[in-house]
Structures are given as structure tokens and as C-alpha cells.
Write a protein that binds this ligand. Sequence first.
Ligand SMILES: Cc1cc2nc3c(=O)[nH]c(=O)nc-3n(C[C@H](O)[C@H](O)[C@H](O)COP(=O)(O)O)c2cc1C
Length: 163
Amino acid sequence: MKIGIVFGTKREGATREIVRWMTDHLQAQGHTVVAAGPADFTSFDCDRYLLGTAVYAFSAKRTGMPGFIRAHRGDLQGTPAGVFIVCGVGEQMISPEDGFLKRSLKNAFLDRQKYLASIVRLLPEPPASTTFFQGYQEPDDRTKIDFPSQQEQVVQWCASQGL
Ligand SMILES: Cc1cc2nc3c(=O)[nH]c(=O)nc-3n(C[C@H](O)[C@H](O)[C@H](O)COP(=O)(O)O)c2cc1C
């Protein structure tokens, strides 16, 4: 199959790493992969799409993914699409000792369902599958959260879609 991965990120960070793992897995399964950012993706003859976006400052807007889906609703229509969100979520970040304001801010920051919904509601039809990955803000955090262990989750997510 030809798989199109459209991924929104502003940095050389978690999203690109996840897309590399995805690409490696899909190619090992014999698929052809075209991966590009929202501004550069033009391969609308794919059998499947995987649409992913990082989250910055309470929103997925800055990566260009919402704009991409709006502009290409018609191109995406009728082809199964999986959606993945890369964000800062880690339940351990909210402590019961935090005051009300801090907890509210953290809850808003960590509301990954909201980020997912902001993408899914734009799609021409419900996604084939959705998932979340925990990214890292600083290179140091990469090892603290054991980011590489999510490679297995990437493979499983693809496999769950028959890829
Ligand atoms: C400037 C900045 C703002 C961020 N804002 C949020 C946020 O509002 N909510 C969240 O869950 N994660 C937030 N994060 C965490 C990112 O989603 C996480 O670092 C992710 O790895 C970003 O993708 P990237 O590594 O491809 O850049 C933020 C990260 C940065 C650097």
C-alpha cells in the first residue's frame, strides 16, 4: 500500500522521531511511504493517511495541521486516516499539592482529548484510529520519560490498523 504521513511540528524533536519509527516499520512491512509536513504534502493518491501533530501553547494550530485538513478535506475523503497527537501529557505532572489555579492550568495544558478533538472534528469522516504519544520539551526530558519505549507503541498502532 501507499501510505501518506502528514506530520506537523515546529522542531527537530519527538514528532519527527515518531514519524521515522513509523516509516521504518511501514517500509519493513513492504509499504511505500510518503512523509511530509502540511505545507509540503502533495501525494493525494495514497491508500491510507496517518495525520499527526505536535501541540504547542494549548493548541495544535501552530503546526499547520488544522489548516491542511481544511484545505484538503476533499482529497482526504473516502480514504482511511489515522490521527496521532504528540503532546506533553504525563499524568504524574499533576500533583494533589498543587493549588487550584496551578491544577486548572495544568489540566488545560494536559487536555489531550481536546487537542485530538480539534483535529478529528475537521476530518471528512471519523478517523480509522487515534492515539497519543508523549513528546519532550527539552532533550533531557527524552530520557526522563523513556521516550524511546514508545517505538513499540508506534508499531502496535500501525499494526492495529492492519499496517
Ligand atoms: C513552546 C512549547 C509549548 C508547548 N505547549 C504544550 C501544551 O500546551 N500542551 C501540551 O500537552 N504540550 C505542550 N508542549 C509539549 C509538546 O507538545 C512536546 O514537547 C512535543 O514533543 C512537541 O513536539 P515536537 O517535539 O515535535 O516539537 C509544548 C512544548 C513546547 C516546546
